[in-house]
Design a protein around this ligand. Structure first.
Ligand SMILES: [Zn+2]
Length: 316
């Protein structure tokens, strides 16, 4: 017997995984620099391997997860930070989001024929070749009480780090330096990132930035640029040690690290509500020979089965 949706609000059987210290915020005292070091650890492998994408798409998705994890850690209220990329390339859509509590999820929509053709020609395509020309949007959603803030720019640059820097350079007030990485390692997929933000001086004034501030921002980005992908994705290298190695001469102050977690918010009840808005014809069309309709959450890739006969539909 199919349980009625209202009796079954439980989360599906997806990993309940929390990575403590996934995001480490820090600042350089007396300098206009604050940053976040993100390391998804085993969470990267868990999130990425729920989808059966070719490696280049998985790498892009892992970098997107690291980016939203870094940006969401700046949220001051309950809410989420999401990245959406839409282009004319084989990866026609990429969505990643992270809540203020560090719950992460993503999905990528691919044109499998176009993707196979690209990979045959270019086994290691750039993010740009995967996404093509299109748009990148970042959205902050802090609930109905707060304005939803969204910025949209054209996709520019070869990799997601460059695209994100272009976004901040063209749509926000402050400069950012961003490194994102995702690779298959001996321990499985790993993803991470380092984001530096140039913050305004005392009083929040954007008017005059003196030469010393400019020089310390330059120094911080040069030091950040010495971080290798191998170091960033190496579980055996502690985060504090890594930050210290980079910024020990710049009066590094590390703030309270934050956890990241597997964050799909799908539920059987929510999908049942979606199904109930479909016309009868569509439901009949979706129904399989065994009398069930299968809905797959595009984020966590969990299948939900609903008996066709139990789905009440709106009056036609
Ligand atoms: Zn889900």
């Amino acid at each position: 017997m199919e349980k009625p949706a209202f009796l079954d609000r439980d989360r599906p059987d997806v990993p309940d995984l929390v990575v403590p210290g996934g995001v480490t915020p820090f600042y350089l005292a007396g300098r206009p620099v604050r940053g976040r070091l993100v390391r998804l650890g085993v969470l990267a492998d868990t999130l990425l391997t729920r989808h059966d994408h070719p490696a280049p798409v998985t790498r892009l998705a892992g970098k997107a997860l690291a980016l939203v994890a870094a940006l969401a850690s700046a949220l001051k209220f309950q809410g989420s930070f999401s990245l959406q990329m839409k282009g004319d390339g084989p990866v026609s859509m990429l969505v990643a989001d992270c809540t203020n509590t560090g719950a992460l999820r993503f999905y990528a929509r691919t044109d499998d024929e176009a993707l196979a053709a690209l990979l045959e020609e270019t086994p290691k395509p750039t993010d740009r070749e995967l996404l093509g020309n299109g748009y990148m949007a970042l959205t902050v959603d802090q609930g109905p009480e707060m304005d939803r803030h969204q910025g949209i720019v054209e996709i520019a640059g070869d990799d997601l780090s460059a695209m994100a820097m272009h976004y901040f350079a063209s749509s926000e007030q402050h400069a950012c330096w961003i490194m994102l990485a995702c690779q298959m390692t001996d321990a499985g997929w790993r993803a991470g990132g380092l984001v530096l933000e140039r913050i305004a001086g005392e009083g929040g004034s954007h008017v005059v930035e003196d030469e010393a501030a400019e020089a310390s921002w330059e120094t911080a980005t040069i030091l950040a640029g010495t971080l290798s992908t191998k170091e960033l994705l190496d579980d055996s290298l502690p985060t504090l040690q890594l930050l210290h190695r980079l910024f020990h001469e710049e009066d590094l102050h590390v703030s309270q690290p934050r956890a990241l977690a597997f964050g799909c918010r799908c539920s059987r009840a929510r999908l049942a509500n979606v199904l109930e808005t479909f016309p009868q014809d569509d439901l009949d069309h979706m129904c399989q020979d065994d009398g069930n309709i299968v809905m797959t959450c595009e984020f966590c890739n969990v299948d939900f089965r609903f008996a066709r006969k139990n789905i009440a539909t709106q009056a036609q």
